[in-house]
Design a protein around this ligand. Sequence first.
Ligand code: SAH
Length: 368
Amino acid sequence: MPSKKKKSKKGQGKKAATPAVKKEAAAPAVKKEESEKKDESKEGLTSKDYYFDSYSHFGIHEEMLKDEVRTRTYMRSILENKHLFKDKVVLDVGCGTGILSMFAAKAGAKHVYGIDCAGIIVQAKEIVKANGFDNITLIQGKVEEVTLPVEKVDIIISEWMGYFLLYESMLDTVLYARDKWLTPGGALFPDKATLKVCAIEDAEYREDKINFWDNVYGFDMSVIKEMALVEPLVDVCDPKQVMSNSCNILDIDLYTVTKEELDFESDFKLIFNRDDYCHAVVSYFDVTFSKTHTKIGFSTGPRANYTHWKQTVFYLDEPCVAVVGEEVTGHIKVMRNKDNPRDIDIHMTSKHDGSNGSFANDRHYRLR
Ligand code: SAH
């Protein structure tokens, strides 16, 4: 499979959707028993601190900063639009290392406030100082709990996107900040996001990750196959695997969307563009900064340049025999898990009545 080459080039194999980058700096409650032993090399922080506060470690920030598609698009949206930032009061929601705050200050903002609950803010304060910015104020705390020295801000910048766009629900935090502090007519960077699906051929990986459990050293471990099917995989799909058009399943306008609308359902229709076996539905997202002079944005799709979000793969129970021009219709329902709102429950049905027979798939998935 051509995607192998791309995977090995990146040095990152397909993995379950447990994210390397967590958008919310706390971990699921079930892990509360984690060891608390001291790690002297990290200056007093315990392994428990890092578990509960994964954004405190520079490694996660390194991964995000080195994602050039991500970071350069934010940089361009801000620095190529100085006319929007000049003399404005800006809020950076989840400032991390302070990178977006510094772009905004460099673009001429009057004052930038950055908020982050993770320990990285200690370094961020030193970073803004080392770079000579005296109009950036960084505040440690949860956005939902801190007090800002100003009542309103002109612009909110934030990099909130998770796997499958919504995983770990940091968008809720941006909407909270919008409703509390954004001045009427103020701007959000970015302000649009779209979640999409398309169909892929993925025989080799399905064999390796799903069918593997049918026969493990001669033993039937297929009970785990069922569990593996439930967990969407986060990894890179080669553009050559794509075998249909893409269909939008969610369009978010950040100015108007409500938290409740992020639990959603949508129909989709995909038209096969070749004769092949279809093994999975793949999801990815695009984001747009539409207030900018020329529209700026990026895609995390299989045809776009690599980003650390990769794509999210939902395997079908059985492959579907696809014929060019024929369609698969489906329905997807996406809901935050009631017990752990950071997890996402996804119910997807799809059906295909084609010249090579009929196919139907009905499955519950869980991103955790
Ligand atoms: N803006 C930085 C970091 C983005 S990662 C960059 O672009 O590189 C998202 C950051 O948001 C993390 O550092 C995380 O600790 C922070 N964060 C997530 N939820 C938060 C909340 N509710 N309150 C404050 N910070 C939060």
